[in-house]
Design a binder for this molecule. Sequence first.
Ligand code: PGA
Length: 297
Amino acid sequence: MLASCLPPATMTVVGAKCRDFIKPLSGCEQPLIACSRLAVFYVPKEWYIGKMKKRLVIANWKMYIQSPEAAKGFVAGLKRKTKNINNVEVWIAPPFTVLPLLKGVKVGAQTVAAHAEGAYTGDVSATMVKHAGASFAIIGHSERRAFGLTNEQVHAQLAAAAGAGLVPVLCVGERERTQDGSHFSVIEEQLTSALRGAQSLSSKLVVAYEPVWAIGKSAAEAMQQEELQETVIFIRKILADILGRAGARKVRILYGGSVEGANAHPLITEGGVGGFLVGHASAELDSFVEILKACQK
Ligand code: PGA
């Protein structure tokens, strides 16, 4: 009865991965099928949602906001308009050039170099951005992976960021969803390779799940909450394999990919995530504030 609501291969892949922490339906003849789509009902919500108290929304300004005046004006406006929103954490990842100018808000880098120092023209190290005032760094964003950033380099950048005392915001996500469910293996591979040897990081780590096919579009084309929830459970399971169950619970998992005012509420309440990584809508003050309002508990 449940088989009909899922593409066959996806069921197997998700079911197989979830099998050891999701109790099959009692009396269910096909527990894998039941597990995959009904996982949400059989995994305690506190387990896959994680342990964080406040929701976290990170603005990824990409190259949208460029001048010091526009950046500082945005932050001033943000403070004014969010006076009454106090249970949502807001971090901003501006371009490097304006990062040191933003005060009174947590700022971070959109990427860092894989190397600590040396002859790397044009690169900016984790220590350099730390000195500039950053407290976190986005690592492995798909727009950087598209220029050839490998899983191995993502691992090195994550280690460099953590080594400099920055909170790594590790981005993972498939380029496309496939009928055979191979996108789950892509996510698993990205997590496993990036977090190799990073067991001690869990309380500091943020994972941003960003399906590449949903980035830079509109709310209508973004991922739907049911599909997101299923993927978050999968990610939490892989994190448990890497970091241990207690460690995995401490990791904040965010969603990114065309989050706008229109879809923020269903995604945050039903998607199983602890917040968002927002691109285009984070560069427009009113749209961003709308998202923050939707994240209030
Ligand atoms: P988007 O970008 O919100 O414009 O889709 C998200 C991201 O790339 O981090």
